[in-house]
Ligand binder design. Structure first.
Ligand code: MRU
Length: 351
């Protein structure tokens, strides 16, 4: 058990560590309404695909707990509104829609307001608990791909802070370390939001896992010098053909990995695989405020009016991906049949 947590259902409210303040301050924020949860997703208090799915599920549970509705139709109308509000927070990570669909299915059941409220709280906690188990399973499959003595590059934060606990890409790394392998992680700082610097290096350093922080532009040099043997990243949405959206800069790492003949792996739970998204071209990419690039935490590092391009994610084509590590094993090309089989949908009819 680590000494911090990402998100927790606390009986009648939701508590989250404020990731915007890390690594300098460990502050937990209390959320009493779904609107507060939605605001925290939008403003990056919590981020990372599985974590925002969990937050959305807990947001729906909060909508029920904080409701004054006395009839099921009235409660369901409020839940619908909460679902729409939470869905509108961030567009790329499909775990958000996935978790809300799960909660919506539960909202159809229940024969009293009290019973439905209880069922929604239970479901939100189940989403959390299952995510813990999924990360461990995914870590076991991926950990086997790392050898003793390896250097491993990742990007952004796909660790405990991006999920319930343990992590996807960092779960793979943690599993290798737990198996006794010595390794070193190279973490690009991940401009402009610095998830690599602020979150990944914090998580790993705190746990005593050797980590070297680099600027994003140093990745090619690290690969050229033979300091890493493989790359493992997370994902926000995996199209059914294997194209994977992840933090901006990921695609560049995949191209560099190909040039340097290094395997490039994506680690993601199956809730990140979207059978309704055919290829990466169909993945909606979030564009964030230009001021994120013009400076950091209110300190300007560029002219105030300079034109900025700020996509939060990019898409790595499946041909650059050696394998997609999920809780059910490592999917390899051709990805569509492999991913459909893991999702329990045989052929394309299951879409
Ligand atoms: O903008 P963020 O910080 O939410 O982006 C997060 C990422 O891109 C992660 O790599 C991804 O969600 C995988 S997290 C297990």
């Amino acid at each position: 058990m680590s000494s911090y947590y990402t998100i927790r259902w606390a009986g009648d409210h939701v508590s989250m560590i404020d990731q915007r303040r890390l690594p300098t301050e460990e502050l937990y924020l209390r959320h009493d309404t779904w609107q507060e949860v939605a605001h925290s997703i939008e403003t990056m208090v919590i981020r990372g695909a599985p974590a925002i799915g969990i937050a959305a599920a807990m947001g729906i549970a909060l909508a029920a707990v904080s409701s004054r509705a006395t009839t099921l139709p009235a409660l369901r109308a409020e839940l619908d509104e909460a679902g729409r509000g939470l869905l509108a927070t961030r567009p790329t990570a499909v775990n958000l829609a996935w978790a809300l669909r799960r909660m919506a299915a539960v909202a159809e059941r229940g024969d009293s307001v009290e019973a439905l409220t209880r069922a929604l709280v239970d479901e939100a906690q189940a989403v959390y608990n299952e995510d813990v188990a999924i990360n461990r399973a995914l870590g076991r499959h991926g950990g086997a791909l790392i050898d003793d003595g390896d250097g491993v590059m990742t990007i952004c934060n796909a660790g405990s802070l991006a999920v319930s606990e343990y992590g996807t890409a960092l779960g793979v790394i943690r599993a290798a370390v737990e198996a006794g392998k010595r390794l070193r992680v190279f973490a690009p700082e991940t401009r402009p939001f610095l998830q690599g610097a602020r979150l990944t290096s914090w998580e790993l350093h705190r746990e005593g896992i050797p980590v070297t922080l680099i600027t994003d532009g140093m990745a090619a040099t690290v690969m050229a010098r033979g300091l890493v043997r493989l790359i493992v990243v997370g994902a926000d949405r995996v199209a059914i053909n294997g194209d994977a959206a992840n933090k901006i800069g990921t695609y560049g790492l995949a191209v560099l990995a190909k040039y340097h003949h290094l395997p490039f792996y994506v680690a993601a739970p199956l809730s990140t695989v979207d059978p309704a998204t055919s290829t990466g071209a169909d993945i909606p990419i979030e564009y964030r405020h230009p001021d994120e690039v013009r400076g950091f935490r209110g300190e300007r590092t560029a002219p105030a009016e300079v034109e900025v391009f700020n996509p939060a994610f990019d898409v790595t084509p499946s041909e650059l991906i050696a394998g997609i590590i999920t809780e059910r094993g490592v999917a390899r090309a051709p990805f569509e049949p492999a991913l459909l089989a893991m999702l329990g949908k045989v052929g394309t009819a299951g879409r």
